[in-house]
Ligand binder design. Structure first.
Ligand SMILES: NC(=O)c1ccc[n+]([C@@H]2O[C@H](COP(=O)([O-])OP(=O)(O)OC[C@H]3O[C@@H](n4cnc5c(N)ncnc54)[C@H](O)[C@@H]3O)[C@@H](O)[C@H]2O)c1
Length: 427
């Protein structure tokens, strides 16, 4: 059954939602308040990089299933309304609900009775219960429908999701089920607050796996074990699984850092000290210091040293630099007086850099050190033996993702430092 769906927000989640729903046969309108984004969409261009999205978007638009508009151009709302606006962190760590609130305020006035509001933005547990109570007197139903897609594989993730979570009362959930008729995944129907908590708990658990393996990496360094072997062996246990067990400079991006902080904030708000989560956040912050500390140990001072930062986005296959580890590491290096040149396979702006290189070769030429901050295949699969030879005398390569081959780098004359990988001669 084809549904009429309006999506608020043409960001990574909203646009992917709109495009995937329309390509599955629903009639979708995506709204945004950003004129530049809408101009790009009207011209058939995806305003951000997400593999496969632009082609699918054009196909849906050409068959009349997908359109874009400004929020102000719509006077009355009905059908299914998906909210996918941002919920960034505030200075205190809580989720900034400004954008969600402005949409809900408007819907309260302009949505027809019988409308169902579907919340895809990540909102603190408790939000939906309050919003449901506000909207119910207007005949508007509310369903929490947290999103689990990953940037870089968002389209595949949408169609091949592990589960669809729908939180709300039974008849509201039944109104939303047809939206997912084309998706072959279990639907977990639960209450609103549990649905909200599933999202935060999932991200907190994945962040915990990352910080856990990073702690194990420290111990591996101390006892002379190789964390990559340890992670492989641990991940082979089907109760644990291999995902999110790669040690490195820690998690970043638009979700894990803000969602872990928001959950910690929520716990505090309710008078609970979430020890484990706090440790996860602290360990992650510590990981960022590793390359800076390692380079200072090797060079003494970083003043005037040319350091190449390889990978500016928070993960490969995206252009998203929100809370990317690179940004923080660059600022730390600049504060030490280093000259920092950045390279990313997809050009992205990063104000903290001294300069940006157009190619990997240009970034590494004459560099005293390189830090791999994001494991883009283009960077990892390059000819590192040749690249190292273009660097300064006795350079250092800090592999912040344990993705490079230490032997190739060492044989070419550089010092290789990974995370929890034994140093040359200690294996
Ligand atoms: N990015 C991810 O990988 C991801 C994954 C799962 C969940 N989420 C959650 O989904 C939500 C959206 O994240 P995102 O990364 O897509 O954000 P984003 O910043 O990429 O997009 C948000 C969009 O909403 C628009 N917007 C703001 N106010 C609006 C309004 N009043 N009406 C219409 N549009 C408005 C903005 O202009 C922007 O285009 C967040 O709560 C996030 O935590 C994100």
């Amino acid at each position: 059954m084809s549904e009429r769906v309006t999506v608020f927000g043409a960001g990574y989640v909203g646009l992917v939602t709109g495009v995937c729903l329309s390509s599955a046969g629903h009639e979708v309108k995506v709204l945004d308040v950003d004129p530049a984004k809408l101009a790009s969409l009207d011209a058939g261009r995806c305003p951000f990089f997400e593999p496969g999205l632009e082609d699918l978007m054009r196909a849906s638009r050409d068959k009349g299933a997908l359109s874009f508009a400004t929020v102000d151009s719509i006077r009355r709302f009905s059908g299914i309304i998906v909210i996918a606006v941002g919920t960034p962190a505030t200075a205190t760590g809580s989720a900034d609900m400004r954008f969600v609130r402005s949409v809900v305020d408007m819907l309260e006035e302009r949505a027809e009775p019988g409308t169902v509001v579907v919340m895809k933005s990540t909102v603190p547990p408790g939000t939906g219960r309050a919003l449901s109570a506000r909207l119910a007197p207007h005949g508007i139903q509310y369903v929490s429908n947290p999103e689990f897609l990953r940037e870089g594989s968002a389209v595949t993730d949408w169609f091949q999701t592990d589960r669809v979570v729908l939180g709300g009362v039974g008849d509201a959930i039944d109104r939303v089920r047809p939206m997912y008729a084309e998706i072959d995944a279990p639907i977990l129907a639960c209450d609103v607050t549990s649905a909200e908590m599933i999202k935060y708990a999932s991200n907190a658990f994945l962040a915990t796996k990352i910080s856990f393996i990073n702690e194990i990496a420290v111990l591996c360094d101390l006892v002379g074990a190789t964390v990559d072997e340890v992670a492989s062996g641990v991940g082979m246990d089907s109760r644990i699984g291999p995902a999110f067990l790669r040690p490195g400079i820690g998690y970043g991006g638009s979700c894990f850092p803000k969602d872990t902080r928001a959950l910690d904030f929520l716990a505090n708000l309710h008078g609970y000290d979430f020890h484990l989560l706090r440790a996860v956040i602290e360990v992650n912050a510590r990981q960022r210091l590793l390359p800076v500390r390692a380079l200072k140990e090797q060079f003494g001072s970083l003043e005037g040293r040319r350091i190449a930062i390889l990978g500016l986005t928070f993960k490969p296959e995206t252009d998203d630099t929100r809370e990317a580890p690179a940004g923080e590491i660059i600022s730390l290096l600049r504060a030490e007086g280093a000259e920092v040149v950045g390279y990313n396979p997809i050009p992205v702006p990063m104000a903290e850099l001294t300069s940006t290189a157009d190619t990997l070769q240009e970034a590494l030429a004459g560099a005293h050190a390189a830090i791999l901050t994001t494991e883009w295949a283009e960077i990892v699969d390059s000819d590192w033996a040749s690249l190292v030879r273009t660097m300064a005398d006795r350079p250092i390569v800090f592999d912040g993702r344990n993705a490079l081959d230490p032997q190739v780098i060492q044989s070419a004359g550089a010092k290789y430092i990974g995370v929890g990988r034994p140093q040359e001669g200690t294996a």
